[in-house]
Design a protein around this ligand. Structure first.
Ligand SMILES: *Cc1c(COP(=O)(O)O)cnc(C)c1O
Length: 441
């Protein structure tokens, strides 16, 4: 979409700029994950000095209200005292053993208690590893090779999942990135999000060949796109009918859209669930979980190999346990949801007042907005959003001390550390940003 929005008001961040230059000399693009480089909005990435609660401080001495929260994990806010205490205590006892600890069982027990359908859990170190392993398990358990994913859903960077969206039509996947061999994605089929007919067509075209359908039950990596009524239930019915496993990738939605994740939020129980982000409390920890009847295929009980030197790391499991414990206290989760509702309502009102077209979505403690005049129900719709207008809003928020994701295709995350005052300030900042964008149209 073309736009008449003026270039974003980018503020100078001299120390961050200097740090970015030094980083670029020794790290590709200066970052260890691409979206951090601000390519989506322009300008210098904010280099973080420290963060506490809802606040992030940069090298230039600016402090921001943080709505990125490490892209989701920090649901209690940064450096929560109880999490830090648990981490320090665990570290004092040694930081990795390559031998089992009771802490791993305790975290697995909490996951089993919270997540519908989870009877057994395998801990890994990243969301990428969790989805890759869950798909290997689905293939091992069904004896089939093909998988279905949805355009615009992100499941980490394993070869088999780096598949480009088809043009609205379910199609054979082509590799999204150089370096991914054609063979690695040859069995990956792609359908549009919210399109049950396309999924049914794939089942008709590839009878008894599809091992798994993997989906972000509430999409969060193309911006926020809710499943339409009946979409997840329809996937549940189709997969059951065809002997295919349904995998909910809850790396983002887990413990965030509801204490039991999107399975609890939707009432639909998948065969396998992948978790990450919140479950590690800010440490590299993720998981996949399901019924014993499927998990028994995993080695050493079964023949499907999957392991990791740092899997179930004692410091990470301590952080995850402490995070879930605090989150489970009466009122803690509900209050984050209440603040999320206030923020999204405020964004809706500010956009209407400024005469700017915005589409918002929310679920639990997760929300998002598209600079888009039309409803967004899939990746093609999301891509029609006005990314230049988003960049303008981003920089006008940043200059008011509000840090949102440096990309239109990400979310707003809230934490237990955000307050009503923070929301008021943020909504006012959105008002200023939308006014600037609106007056330019
Ligand atoms: C972040 C994310 C991943 C990847 O997790 P990493 O820990 O970054 O590897 C996978 N799936 C979803 C839905 C995610 O949001």
């Amino acid at each position: 979409m073309t736009t008449t929005v003026p270039p974003p008001a980018i503020r100078a961040l001299p120390r961050s700029a200097e740090a970015f230059d030094a980083a670029r000399a020794v790290i590709p693009g200066g970052v260890n994950s691409p979206v951090r480089a601000f390519r989506g909005v322009g300008g210098t990435p904010v280099f973080v000095d420290h963060a506490t609660g809802a606040h992030l401080s940069d090298l230039d001495g600016n402090t921001y209200l943080d709505y990125v929260l490490s892209w989701g994990p920090m649901i209690l806010g940064h450096a929560h005292p109880e999490v830090i205490e648990a981490v320090v205590e665990a570290a004092r006892n040694g930081t990795s053993f390559g031998a089992p600890t009771r802490g791993e069982t305790a975290l697995a027990e909490r996951i089993v208690a919270l997540v519908p359908g989870a009877e057994q859990v395998r801990l890994v170190s990243s969301g990428t590893e969790a989805t890759m392993s869950a798909l290997r398990l689905a293939r091992a358990a069904t004896g089939r090779d093909r998988i279905v994913k949805f355009a615009g859903c992100y499941h980490g960077h394993a070869d088999l999942l780096l598949v480009q969206a088809g043009s609205g039509v379910a199609t054979f996947g082509l590799p999204d990135s150089p370096g991914v061999p054609r063979g690695a994605t040859a069995d990956t089929l792609v359908a549009p999000f919210n399109d049950l007919t396309a999924v049914a067509d794939l089942f008709a075209s590839y009878p008894e060949q599809i091992a798994a359908v993997i989906v972000e039950p509430i999409a969060g990596n193309m911006g926020m796109v809710l499943p339409e009524d009946g979409f997840l239930a329809g996937l549940r019915d189709l997969t059951r009918e065809h002997g295919t496993l349904l995998i909910f990738d809850e790396v983002m939605t887990g413990f965030r859209v509801a204490p039991g994740g999107a399975s609890a939020w939707s009432g639909i129980t998948a065969d396998l669930v992948t978790l990450g982000k919140v479950v590690g409390g800010g440490f590299p920890l993720a998981a996949y979980a399901g019924p014993e009847s499927i998990m028994r295929h995993v080695a050493p009980v079964g023949a499907m190999y999957q392991g990791g030197t740092l899997s179930g790391n004692p410091v990470a499991t301590a952080a995850g346990r402490a995070t879930l414990d605090v989150l489970g206290r009466p009122g803690v989760f509900d209050d984050i949801v209440r603040l999320t509702d206030r923020l999204i309502d405020g964004i809706d009102t500010a956009a209407r007042d400024a005469g700017v077209d915005v589409q918002t979505a929310r679920a639990g403690a997760m929300g998002g907005f598209f600079m888009n005049p039309a409803p967004v129900r899939n990746y093609d719709d999301a891509r029609r959003s006005d990314t230049a207008a988003y960049a303008a809003v981003f920089h006008r928020l940043l200059s008011q001390g509000v840090y949102i994701a440096p990309s239109q295709f990400e979310l707003l995350f809230l934490s237990a550390a955000h307050t009503d005052e923070d929301i008021d300030r943020t909504v006012a900042a959105f008002g200023v940003a939308f006014d600037a964008v609106g007056s330019a149209v």
